[in-house]
Design a binder for this molecule. Structure first.
Ligand SMILES: C[S@@+](CC[C@H](N)C(=O)[O-])C[C@H]1O[C@@H](n2cnc3c(N)ncnc32)[C@H](O)[C@@H]1O
Length: 231
């Protein structure tokens, strides 16, 4: 069943930055610190491709791809009214190459079979949605030859190891009014992700660990790519 969120727990995310940084980013990184390491080349040549960012937030990654990588279209999908609002404020003028979609990704992917060449999540919806729902929906929405790529935490921010099975953790969040709340985050070991991708029918699965760098909350990134079930 698709998760229904009644309170927007992403209200505060990226809000301070959006007030002062309205630029289309000139780079795109997968690593947790967003400073270095592999970039959009992981997605292949995007020229003329139909792409979706799953859990796009303010759509900074999607805006970068729309401006610098000549796709036919990037759909920046996010369920949060606040995040969709930020994306609209920042990047609505990049339409029609950038298309801002206010939707739950599972519902959106199920409603668009075979619509996409490339799906990606940069610490986005893949981290915060039951993968037993999201990954089959992603497989359904990809065209033959299409690929899924996502970056996720290789371990909890506390340093605790990732889960050895498909278990979500409750992580702290804030309501729009600033009250404490929790949301689900799936922090899973590499083999758990590859098993889930195999079960969803994906092939040609690659995983890579991007080492943590210095910073206030350093974390190792797990970068995973997988091919459409029929490739
Ligand atoms: C940590 S933020 C990352 C945003 C963006 N990828 C970035 O790098 O800034 C996670 C985003 O995923 C979105 N999200 C989580 N689950 C989702 C779902 N099932 N459908 C749509 N968006 C979702 C949240 O609303 C939030 O904006």
């Amino acid at each position: 069943m698709t998760r229904v969120t009644t309170t927007d727990l992403w209200h505060h995310y990226g809000r301070a930055r959006a007030a002062q940084d309205r630029a289309v980013p000139d780079s795109f990184h997968w690593a947790w610190d967003q400073q270095a390491g592999p970039g959009p080349e992981v997605l292949g040549d995007l020229t003329g491709k139909t792409v979706a960012d799953l859990g796009a937030g303010a759509a900074r990654h999607a805006a970068h791809l729309a401006v610098h990588h000549a796709p036919d279209r990037v759909d920046a999908v996010d369920a949060s009214p606040a995040q969709h609002g930020l994306a609209t404020t920042l990047y609505a003028d990049l339409a029609p190459r950038l298309h801002l979609v206010h939707a739950d990704v599972v519902a959106h992917l199920r409603a668009h079979p075979g619509a996409y060449d490339v799906l990606y999540s940069n610490f986005g919806a893949v981290d915060f949605t039951d993968p037993r729902e999201l990954l089959p929906a992603a497989a359904h929405a990809l065209r033959p030859g299409g690929r899924l790529a996502f970056s996720t935490l290789a371990h909890y921010l506390s340093g605790q190891p990732a889960q050895p099975d498909v278990t979500a953790a409750e992580v702290p969040a804030k309501t729009p009014e600033g009250e404490s709340a929790t949301l689900h985050r799936w922090v899973l070991r590499k083999h758990v992700w590859t098993d889930l991708l195999n079960q969803a029918g994906f092939t040609d699965i690659h995983t890579e660990e991007l080492p943590a760098t210095n910073g206030p909350r350093p974390a190792t990134t797990l970068l995973i790519t997988a091919g459409h079930p029929t490739t």
